[in-house]
Design a protein around this ligand. Structure first.
Ligand SMILES: [Zn+2]
Ligand SMILES: [Zn+2]
Length: 263
């Protein structure tokens, strides 16, 4: 499997992806908002885009569909419940569905509500798994729930699905928010040495050559995986004095999500 991360350099800081079968050159484009860059990247490498996959229905993920499909005749895939929200859907995905790309690539659909209620993450069946997580999981952060999502479901997705993936899973999010998110981590957990070191490393990175994190790294530097950290809890109790000494993981997650909304 070849993964080509396409930095759009737009105001929303979107990442688009091409997932390619190295044997056949067939490619699946994930959220190809910057259709010109995605089409050019495929052309330069001799790849053929045969499928477009939207992780969810927001315009900064679906906005390139029409142009890519007009140029390639690709089929359009998204969460089954996105029918009616995303025009021209050819295949609606449910949890466990397999999407094949060429001969060698298999992607498994995870039903991951929270950011929206019709959001899929795609997990590759490769020696080192890769997770294409749209706006559900970001480097050092979690998606917001302002536009059709719910924090309770986002928590369930984190606890019941994302946190169960292996440490070596590569994380490919829909946006480049890493520096801002690491600053939030350090605001919540000032003694997180790994987050501090990472911020120094990525603070001036070129998003064209962005760091690809792993789930193991996220567990260390992403506040939304650090729900039992004594520092996170102590700092949270300063902001929310009503929070008990030993709050549930869920209440920590929900309070962090609330704080992050206005941070
Ligand atoms: Zn979104
Ligand atoms: Zn987005």
């Amino acid at each position: 499997m070849i993964v080509e991360q396409v930095w759009t350099a737009n105001a929303y800081r979107n990442f688009n992806y091409l997932i390619v079968c190295p044997e056949t050159g067939e490619a699946l484009a994930v959220d190809p908002l910057d259709h010109e860059k995605c089409l050019a990247r495929a052309r330069e490498n001799g790849w053929t885009i045969t499928q477009v996959l939207n992780t969810h229905e927001h315009g900064d993920h679906t906005g390139g569909n029409t142009a890519v499909i007009a140029a390639t005749g690709a089929k359009l895939l998204a969460h089954a419940n996105a029918k009616g929200k995303i025009p021209g859907l050819d295949r609606g995905l449910a949890a466990g569905d397999i999407v094949k790309v060429g001969k060698t690539v298999e992607l498994e659909a995870l039903d991951t509500p929270g950011h929206t209620m019709s959001h899929v993450c795609m997990l590759s069946h490769t020696d080192t798994p890769a997770l294409f997580c749209g706006d559900t999981l970001f480097n050092a952060g979690a998606g917001n729930c302002h536009n059709g999502g719910h924090p309770n479901e986002l928590y369930d997705t984190f606890v019941n699905q994302l946190s169960k993936l292996p440490d070596d899973a590569l994380i490919y999010p829909g946006h480049d928010y890493i520096t801002h998110n690491l600053r939030f981590t350090l605001d919540r957990e000032p003694d997180n040495a790994q987050a501090k070191t990472l911020l120094e490393r990525v603070g001036s990175q070129d998003p064209n050559e962005a760091l690809v994190s792993t789930l193991g790294l996220e567990r260390e530097i992403n506040t939304f995986f650090r729900l039992t950290s004594p520092t996170v809890i102590a700092r949270l109790r300063e902001a929310f004095p009503d929070l008990p000494d030993e709050p549930t993981a869920k209440s920590v997650f929900l309070k962090l999500r609330e704080l992050r909304n206005s941070w």
